[in-house]
Ligand binder design. Structure first.
Ligand code: GDD
Length: 265
């Protein structure tokens, strides 16, 4: 077993599954892989199963009965990772919009530089998105600006889905009930890490739209985020977050003071 686990949620990713798995296993650093498949009708899980013998002990598959949402898929994967003792846990899409080579940069930001969470960020150095339609780029960029405005959290890519967490961050965050089931869960995870005072780094990446399969983005996902972010902020007024390294009993009152965007701690 390696110290690092890459969690890849899949829904109808048959065309990408084998390619992305082989790519991760070809990297110079060793990563294990956990696929969380939501009963993909295209048989994605069959593809993964057919590779498990070749990558015995390194390629894991968790299957759920239906499409239950990106957020809950990751939560399922995080709990699995913590039970199995991984030190660094990654989120990555199956479709190569996140370049697997960047896993190593995210790992180094945490394991070498000592950050608690590293975010593969499209907006920390301009707008680094390739081949997305303009309306999708604008929606994504304004979504991050909206989150910064409502919450005061100084993160340029609030909806980013390419991340490395230390096990300590996940252990702490998952003591909370995660409210979002869709992509907005990405915002909530960063928000909680920020409120607990974990050290967050945005690592610049280039996000390239998929060439195989289709996005699962929907209006429902958008709506969940729109009001949910306000609710998330309001809820935080009524609770106290222990700071990183403190026990709940010794906790000082929470602060929302903004810190520089590149490294929030
Ligand atoms: N298990 C599971 N996987 C899912 C589900 N919905 C989506 N996925 C998987 O989650 C990954 C991302 O889904 P896409 O549909 O490819 O996302 P996108 O539109 O390219 O969205 C990207 O941008 C979002 C907004 O910035 C990001 O929040 C998101 O993570 C992603 O990077 C893919 O591997 C996809 O198969 C689900 O309900 N269940």
């Amino acid at each position: 077993m390696n110290d690092s686990l890459v969690i890849i949620p899949t829904y109808n990713e048959r065309e990408n599954a084998e390619l992305i798995i082989r790519k991760v296993f070809s990297l110079p650093k060793l990563f294990d892989v956990l696929i969380i498949d939501d009963g993909s009708p295209d048989g994605t899980a069959d593809v993964v199963r057919s590779l498990q013998h070749e990558f015995q002990g390194r390629l894991h598959l968790e299957e759920r009965r239906g499409k239950l949402g990106l957020g809950t898929a990751y939560i399922h994967g995080f709990r699995w990772a913590l039970r199995h003792g991984y030190g660094y846990i990654f989120e990555m899409d199956a479709d190569f919009s996140h370049n697997p080579d960047d896993l190593i940069r995210l790992y180094e930001a945490c394991a070498v530089e000592g950050h608690d969470m590293a975010i593969g960020s499209r907006y920390i150095t301009g707008v680094n998105v390739v081949n997305w339609p303009m309306d999708r780029v604008l929606m994504s960029w304004f979504a991050s600006a909206y989150v910064r405005f409502v919450t005061g959290m100084p993160i340029m890519d609030a909806t980013a889905g390419f991340k490395c967490y230390s096990a300590a961050v996940l252990g702490t965050i998952l003591e909370n009930k995660i409210r979002f089931v869709g992509y907005a869960f990405q915002i909530e995870m960063k928000w909680l890490a920020f409120k607990y005072g974990f050290r967050i780094k945005e690592v610049p990446i280039i996000f390239t739209d998929r060439t195989r399969g289709a996005s699962k983005m929907s209006k429902g996902i958008f709506k969940e985020a729109l009001l949910g972010v306000v609710q998330m902020k309001v809820d935080s007024w009524f609770r106290r977050f222990p700071r990183r390294g403190e026990t709940a009993a010794a906790a000082a009152p929470a602060t929302t003071a903004a810190t520089p965007a590149r490294e929030t701690r």
